[in-house]
Design a protein around this ligand. Structure first.
Ligand SMILES: Nc1nc2c(ncn2[C@@H]2O[C@H](COP(=O)(O)OP(=O)(O)OP(=O)(O)O)[C@@H](O)[C@H]2O)c(=O)[nH]1
Ligand SMILES: [Mg+2]
Length: 240
């Protein structure tokens, strides 16, 4: 019977870093069932950021990045001997369980996440995260745009209007109506990142009778991410 498990031998390439990207299943519906604040629900973001910390502590990625209902993890230590089915199913179910554990609400349906694995070359890491951060910005402009238009027009008129506008036109429309996206919280524009930071600890070395500096690492949730650059990823140890 073991022969029927035809996908179980599928493995990620050896010695490759991988990105795992998770995305909430039908979160449009979940947002409406839970009556999430539009366009940004602070509590939802708090919960997702805690889920990212759980993922960080469980799977030891180099970096976790999130916006909306999606989460990307980059790992250099690939778990489960690289078995694709095992990684995808464990990481996705862990994410959904963590989401439910942190959300203080009665769900009408069990939430789920999909998961995909992307083997990634060192030279493409920055490109990947820039791509997701650009999507975060597009999502930010569009969601503010549609929320504003729905406050003025019927749902279908608002949808028609937004579909005919380019990103900079939505930005301009919001600006003309007193909503300056440059002034909103950084995490809405650039997403949230989780990575390891080091802090200086000065202790007294009794034997040598002098102060001694050491470094202790801790997990940092960054709500004030910069626009992604090579320098940033080098600083946090994602690229060499
Ligand atoms: N109101 C509200 N909704 C949010 C927030 N963050 C995410 N969402 C919802 O989550 C959806 C995520 O988009 P998608 O992943 O493309 O859509 P989905 O419904 O999850 O569909 P699939 O991922 O294809 O299963 C958005 O369309 C929003 O409806 C938030 O802060 N507030
Ligand atoms: Mg989704």
């Amino acid at each position: 019977m073991k022969d029927y498990e035809v996908y179980s031998s599928l493995k990620v390439p050896k010695n490759s870093k991988i990105v795992i990207r998770l995305d909430g299943r039908s979160f449009h519906k979940l947002a409406s069932d839970l009556k999430l604040v539009k366009p940004y629900d602070e509590n939802f973001y708090k919960v997702i950021s805690m889920v990212c910390r759980d993922l960080f502590e469980e799977f030891s990625p180099l970096f976790v990045y999130t916006f909306s209902d999606e989460i990307s993890l980059i790992l250099d230590n690939v778990p489960f001997e690289g078995r694709v089915e095992k990684i995808d199913s464990v990481v996705a179910s862990f994410t959904a369980s963590s989401f439910v554990m942190h959300y203080d609400v009665d769900f009408t349906k069990p939430p789920a996440f999909d998961s995909r694995i992307i083997p990634i070359a060192e030279g493409d890491i920055l490109k990947y995260f820039r791509w997701r951060q650009d999507e975060c910005w597009r999502n930010c402009v569009n969601s503010h745009g549609i929320t504003y238009l729905k406050s003025k027009y019927s749902n279908s008129e608002a949808n028609d209007k937004i579909n005919g506008l380019k990103l900079n036109e939505i930005h301009e429309l919001l600006f003309q109506n007193g909503i300056n996206l440059n002034d909103i919280e950084t995490y809405k524009k650039r997403g949230i990142g989780i990575y390891r930071k080091h802090k200086e600890v000065v202790g007294f070395n009794k034997k040598e009778n002098r102060n001694q500096t050491s470094y202790r690492s801790y997990v940092h949730t960054d709500w004030e991410l910069p626009k992604f650059t090579e320098e940033f990823f080098k600083k946090i140890g994602v690229i060499k």
